[in-house]
Design a binder for this molecule. Structure first.
Ligand code: NAI
Ligand code: MG
Length: 361
């Protein structure tokens, strides 16, 4: 096991983000001793006190860390565009985290909406563009209050932005099954999507070994449900990747199982890991949130640090505990609390990294 020390920033945020982040920290500490955690109390509660989701120098405060583990931000009382644009989006952009990586797997012991599918049928990696596209600040409200009132919301697709995310996806496809599907909608979005498609076609020429498909995002959504076995890596714009990954998470065991990483592939700034889900106000404060998504986000964090053995131990521990089916949170049909499930995963992970030590404990 590595002796290196790592400085990790946590932003637990709002609602269940706080509980699942604590759970993930417990598990990661079990598999790797050298993690030094620093918590930042940036959240909607903080916004209501100070008028800011995070201080103006937030990105500078985080820049020196090796990685960031984020819970979820957003809570009733603060509009979602305020919380999102006050923290999540500025951090993704400040740190050049232009890849949003979202693995979607059917985990052992979980009941999928696709009940007759097995883990072999559903193992997809969604590569979402994370810095531009449809999520742009360009636009505005015109003629407010008049009958001819209208809003404009522009999309931004740059050559650099399209090329780097598509190339990243081809690299992942080459490492995995050799199949890449691009989400388009060139029949409806007549400027941005034909451009995206043309970049995809051009880069495909550099990867003759990768089998490619381009599907309209609506048909691709149906494909994820009907034929997940035909899909391996999917690349999509910011909006398409966002929607497809919630859908894909829902057809596996639900949002409580889906992790995600905001990756700076060049390593020039920290990457940030989080669950796909949000702060779940409907179950916040009850101690019953499923911590698996955040724990798997922690495993992705360890992978990014180069701690592959520790990451694999976390992953395996999650699969073993879910597969055993004894300690499950209510969303998985059980009665366990967040802490119960995190503790079970941490003890299994401890056995995996140190079988002898675990026996003598
Ligand atoms: P959500 O993901 O928080 O909740 C959707 C549904 O899934 C709820 O019924 C919730 O109880 C359930 N759920 C989610 N995670 C779960 C878990 N770990 N265990 C068990 N059940 C779980 O999405 P929603 O309700 O649309 O958003 C709530 C807030 O979170 C909003 O303010 C939103 O903007 C914010 N949000 C923040 C994100 C982030 O920080 N990256 C991502 C998505 C939403
Ligand atoms: Mg989403």
């Amino acid at each position: 096991m590595s002796e290196r020390k790592y400085r990790i920033a946590t932003i637990p945020g709002d609602g269940i983000g706080v509980d699942v982040t604590a759970a993930a920290v417990t598990v990661l500490d079990t598999v790797l001793p050298g993690l030094e955690w620093t918590e930042f109390d940036w959240s909607c509660a903080n916004y209501l006190r100070t008028g800011e989701m995070m201080p103006a120098d937030g990105p500078e405060l985080l820049a020196g860390f090796d990685a960031i583990l984020l819970g979820a931000v957003g809570f009733p009382g603060v509009p979602d565009h305020v919380s999102l644009w006050g923290l999540l989006i500025p951090l993704r952009r400040a740190f050049g985290q232009y890849v949003n990586l979202r693995p979607v797997r059917l985990l052992p012991g979980t009941e999928s909406a696709l009940r007759d599918r097995t883990a072999q049928d559903l193992d997809i990696l969604i590569v979402r563009e994370n810095s531009e596209g449809e999520y742009s600040e360009i636009g505005g409200k015109h003629n407010p209050g008049r009958d001819d009132e209208f809003v404009l919301q522009e999309s931004v697709f740059t050559r650099v932005g399209c090329e780097r995310i598509i190339r990243y996806a081809f690299d992942r496809a080459r490492e995995r099954g050799g199949k890449l599907c691009s989400a388009t909608k060139s029949n409806g979005l007549i400027h941005s999507m034909p451009y995206w498609d043309s970049v995809f076609d051009r880069i495909a020429g550099e990867y003759p070994d990768v089998q490619t498909r381009q599907m309209h995002v609506d048909a691709l959504a149906a494909e994820i449900v009907l034929h997940p076995d035909r899909l391996d890596v999917i690349v999509g714009s910011n909006l398409f990747g966002d929607i497809l990954s919630d859908l894909a998470a829902a057809v596996t065991g639900g949002l409580g199982l889906a992790p995600s990483g905001n990756i700076n592939p060049a390593g020039t700034a920290p990457s940030m890991f989080e669950a796909v889900h949000g702060s779940a106000p409907d179950i916040a404060g009850q101690g019953i949130a499923n911590p698996v998504a955040q724990i798997l986000a922690g495993a992705m964090l360890l992978d990014q640090l180069g701690e592959h053995a520790a990451a694999a131990a976390v992953d395996r521990a999650v699969c073993d505990v879910l597969g055993a089916g004894e300690v499950l949170t209510p969303d998985l049909g059980g009665t366990a609390t967040t802490t119960d499930l995190a503790t079970a995963i941490a003890s299994r992970a401890a056995e995996l990294v140190d079988p002898v030590g675990a026996e003598s404990r």
